[in-house]
Design a protein around this ligand. Structure first.
Ligand code: ATP
Length: 465
């Protein structure tokens, strides 16, 4: 297990303006969080990195921004109205609700050796979960008996219609993917894309989750980033495409987001766990302080989704090959991730208590850190120092560097604050600066300071002249 707890992350996130609980002045709202000034920037940096890596930098990808509320038939076609549900059990005394699979998993954890090693809770049907609960006398976390499990649909419903009584039920999207499928024909008709190509979308999704208390790992409202990669199964080898996408996901996490390889792993879904239409599904798991958990899923979904929408809309979503003239329904590979889960991973992976120097550090990479640099005048009551520091600050700010100003308290305290919010470099303007136009630049992780001419900052921050 990691040597820090989820509470350490929650506390730092709140203390330093990354994540607040929603509507705190009213007592909060279950599984809902707001992103403070630093968290909003970090979230945006992760989202931008995803978009740049998977849309902008690839010639075989395009972006999309579809609505949160789609035609309700979309969710009938996708199967969400019928079966997008979690198994719910209720404490018969205090009526608290839990996910049956989670209750069983934690019972197994607390009773090592009680069940066969190869046993997987994910594979159980609702009836089998009920049987497990009664056979093993599984109780609620408060020690009370549990109700029978039932399917609980995760889609949020709302209504449209100006005149009361004429409301039409619509759903807040449970995933972003369906907007991609329903726009498939418009995309191929209105752009020059040819197979294989993918469509990516990032935006809010909503799920009426039963499980609470996992901070931003699982929330009712979250930012999802999904890709549907369409191809002709006669021409492209799905195994090769699938493994290319797995590699791209791995690279994004380790290289772009700078997460340690030791903390991620692949987990293949079992036959029982996988959706019936999927030929292969993997989760990329991260080692969170509460265990190895799914970060990012990838599934080969065949032509299931497009066919479902063809059947329910009566429209053709076939693709005509511009060269061979062949007409067919493309197959699809779907890598789907939550940006907020990526953010939680990034915070966890960057969290470091430096026992030697007794400080907490967020070792965020410079492309993600809310601030890439902080500028300090050594003393705030020396106008010459402040004027000089302001000039350095303004230059960096205008060059697009994410830079912050701090003149409160002594330099040591300012360093500690910037370490905790993950600012990689602190630039101090001191009396020597006034003599020879040099500054000190302090490295967050090593705490080493280097003296350099102000003009060299241009190279440090990659500023084009
Ligand atoms: P889980 O098993 O954790 O509920 P899932 O398998 O239902 O996730 P998908 O439907 O495959 O998840 O969604 C793709 C990704 O979206 C997940 O890997 C996760 O990163 C993110 N995600 C899903 N549900 C939530 C949520 N409630 N809050 C935050 N992120 C989520």
């Amino acid at each position: 297990m990691p040597d820090y707890s989820l509470e350490d992350i929650v506390s730092l996130a709140k203390r330093r303006g990354f994540v607040y609980s929603t509507s705190e002045i009213y007592g909060g709202l279950t599984s809902s969080y707001d992103y403070g000034p630093l968290g909003a920037q970090l979230l945006k940096n992760i989202k931008d990195a995803w978009w740049t890596e998977f849309i902008t930098k690839r010639e075989d990808m395009v972006g999309l921004d579809s609505q949160i509320m789609l035609h309700p038939q979309t969710w009938v076609a996708s199967g969400h109205v019928g079966s997008f549900s979690d198994p719910l059990v209720e404490d018969t005394k205090n009526h608290k609700r839990y996910r049956a699979d989670h209750i069983i998993e934690s019972w197994i954890e607390q009773h090592p050796g009680a069940v066969d090693h190869s046993f997987s809770v994910e594979d159980l049907s609702i009836a089998e979960m009920d049987l497990f609960i009664s056979d093993h006398g599984v109780l609620s976390p408060d020690g009370n008996t549990l109700s029978e499990a039932k399917d609980f649909n995760l889609l949020f419903k709302t209504g449209i219609g100006a005149v009361s009584g004429e409301k039409d039920t619509v759903y807040l999207r449970g995933e972003t993917a369906q907007g991609i499928f329903s726009n498939f024909k418009q995309i191929t008709d209105s752009t020059r894309v040819t197979l294989p190509f993918g469509v990516g979308q990032v935006g809010k999704s909503f799920r009426n989750e039963i499980t609470t208390g996992q901070f931003v790992f699982r929330t009712l409202e979250f930012e999802q980033a999904e890709i549907e990669y369409f191809f002709n199964p006669e021409e492209s080898d799905w195994r090769a495409l699938f493994s290319d996408w797995k590699e791209a996901m791995w690279q994004f996490v380790t290289h772009t987001l700078g997460v340690r390889e030791d903390n991620i792993r692949w987990r293949q879904h079992t036959d029982a766990e996988r959706s019936f239409y999927s030929k292969d599904t993997y989760d990329l798991d991260y080692h969170f302080p509460f265990g190895w958990k799914e970060l990012w899923g990838i599934a080969y979904r065949t032509d299931y989704d497009l066919r479902q929408h063809m059947q329910h809309s009566g429209q053709s979503l076939e693709y005509r090959d511009p060269h061979a003239g062949e007409v067919f329904v493309p197959h699809v590979i779907e890598p789907a991730v939550g940006i907020n889960r990526l953010l939680l991973m990034v915070l966890c992976d960057a969290y470091w208590f430096d026992a030697e120097r007794h400080r907490t550090v967020l070792k965020l990479s410079s492309n993600l850190a809310p601030y890439q640099a902080a500028v300090f005048p050594l003393m705030k009551n020396k106008p010459d120092l402040v004027t000089k520091a302001r000039a350095v600050f303004a230059t960096l700010l205008q060059s697009g560097v994410r830079v912050t100003w701090d003149d409160r308290g002594n330099i040591g305290k300012r360093y500690l604050y910037q370490d905790e919010v993950g600012t990689p470099s602190c630039i101090t303007i001191d009396f020597e600066t006034l003599e020879n136009d040099t500054v000190t630049i302090r490295d967050r992780d090593s705490t080493e300071q280097e003296r350099m001419p102000i003009s060299d900052l241009q190279h440090v921050f990659n500023i084009k002249g």
